[in-house]
Design a protein around this ligand. Structure first.
Ligand code: HEM
Length: 409
């Protein structure tokens, strides 16, 4: 190696993302190595550009908290995740790709819907949905795919009820999400899927305008659209983000987390038998940290020269924050590669950090805190029917996890 990666010519930058290879629960070994040897280094992405890769926990939080790093994909130097994402984001601009004050304007309209207090009021509904899904699973044949039977329907039903989207349309929006979150989807296909979803959501907005109900979409129509604060297209962009972010993430965290717990039967037993909400909450944080399913790197571009961890990142340089490896940083977590549901993991960056930190995190936490123990209690003998190495992990997707998880009991 000649000098640090920062000094190496761009042609020598490693390709990112790297394949996981080895253990499907761990980030790629090359990423872990970079964090130890050259924690801020250039990598080469699909479009040939060479953004900086940030791998240490402290540096990850510094970048994500610093508004001199922009989330606006339209700015020169922004490193898009895939060709499909590039065209999709240009078509539907939601606040995840905006900077303050524009970003804050939209986010504020939703904050009251995602407070811990408001989310807690959904506990009875979520508990009921979990119970119904588990009843159906128990009454059905086995083995069964846990993703289709439980981990995907749960967050899909919950977000549908929140938004006032008919759950009977789940096959439609799950198909669209699967396309939009796949790094290999061709731009034309991504555009067509984006249009299809926008048309669907526009119809929903008009339906709520004609007949408002007690749901988030109707409240936004009544309080924001009819007052002229936002128009129908802006509302569609917000709903688009909520619908997709609201089900794929939690579904995969639940599936991969269950598989992880089944690999650690003693900790799964503790979770099954405890009545201590603090232990359940801690276990959920630890699984979020260890698995960091949003594994495609938080993407930003510097708007000014900024020094991070001793490296000067120039205005116009792209930046990729690799949360999955920052969450394994030994400087931030002891024995970071081990699952330990008793540790305090709450400072992880699985929900991001800074102004774009996940808006839906209270909802995701609540769903996971209810779902893991309920599943383990209902099926104490739950077991995966395939070898781990034969399971279909979601390497090609923006959100990591499992396409299928065949289980029996
Ligand atoms: C385990 C589940 C989840 C994980 C791991 C997760 C992860 C993340 C991450 C890493 C970000 C930061 C993006 C960035 O910095 O560029 C984010 C943002 C966001 N998430 Fe989540 N998420 C989850 C569940 C949810 C749910 C259930 C919803 C809502 C219904 C949601 C809605 C959002 C929204 C709206 C943003 C954008 C926030 C902003 O830009 O201000 N997420 N999420």
């Amino acid at each position: 190696m000649t000098g640090t990666l920062a000094e190496r010519p761009n042609t020598e930058a490693l390709h990112y993302p790297m394949s996981r290879g080895g253990c499907p629960f761990d980030p790629p070994a090359a990423l872990q190595e970079l964090r130890e040897t050259e924690p801020i280094s250039r990598v080469r992405i699909w479009d040939g550009s060479t953004p900086w890769l940030i791998t240490r926990h402290e540096d990850a939080r510094a970048v994500l908290a610093d508004q001199r790093f922009s989330a606006d994909f339209r700015k020169d130097g922004y490193p898009p995740t895939s060709p499909g994402q590039k065209v999709r984001r240009a078509k539907v601009r939601s606040f995840i790709s905006m900077d303050d004050p524009e970003h804050a304007r939209y986010r504020k309209m939703l904050i009251s819907e995602f407070t811990v207090k408001h989310t807690e009021s959904l506990r009875p509904m979520i508990t009921e949905v979990v119970g119904e899904l588990l009843d159906t699973m128990a009454a059905g044949p086995k083995p069964v795919d846990l993703v289709q039977a439980f981990t995907l329907p749960l967050p899909s039903m919950v977000i549908c009820r929140m938004l006032g989207v008919p759950y009977s349309d789940h096959a439609f929006f799950q198909r669209i999400s699967a396309k939009l979150l796949n790094n290999t989807t061709a731009p034309q296909e991504a555009l067509a899927a984006t249009d299809e979803l926008s048309d669907y959501l526009l119809k929903l907005v008009h339906a709520k305008d004609a007949d408002p109900r007690d749901d988030l979409t109707s409240r936004l129509v009544l309080r924001r659209m009819r007052t002229g604060e936002i128009d129908a297209d802006e509302l569609v962009a917000m709903l688009n983000l909520l619908l997709i972010a609201g089900h794929e993430t939690t579904a995969n965290q639940l599936a991969l987390g269950t598989l992880t717990l089944l690999q650690h039967p003693e900790q799964a037993d503790e979770l099954r038998t405890t009545d201590d909400p603090a232990l359940v909450g801690g276990a959920v944080e630890e699984l979020l940290r260890l698995l960091t399913i949003v594994h495609s790197g938080r993407r930003r571009v510097a708007t000014e020269d900024v020094e991070i961890g001793g490296v000067t990142i120039r205005a116009g340089d792209g930046v990729v924050v690799a949360g999955e490896v920052a969450n394994r940083d030994p400087q931030a977590f002891d024995d970071p590669d081990e699952l330990n549901i008793h540790r305090s993991a709450r400072h992880h960056v699985a929900f991001g950090f800074g102004v774009h930190q996940c808006l839906g995190q209270p909802l995701a936490r609540l769903e996971l805190q209810i779902a893991y123990p309920a599943l383990l209690r209902r099926f104490p003998d739950l077991a995966v029917t395939e070898k781990v190495e034969d399971l279909p992990f979601r390497d090609e997707m923006l959100v990591y996890g499992l396409h299928e998880l065949p289980v029996t009991w």
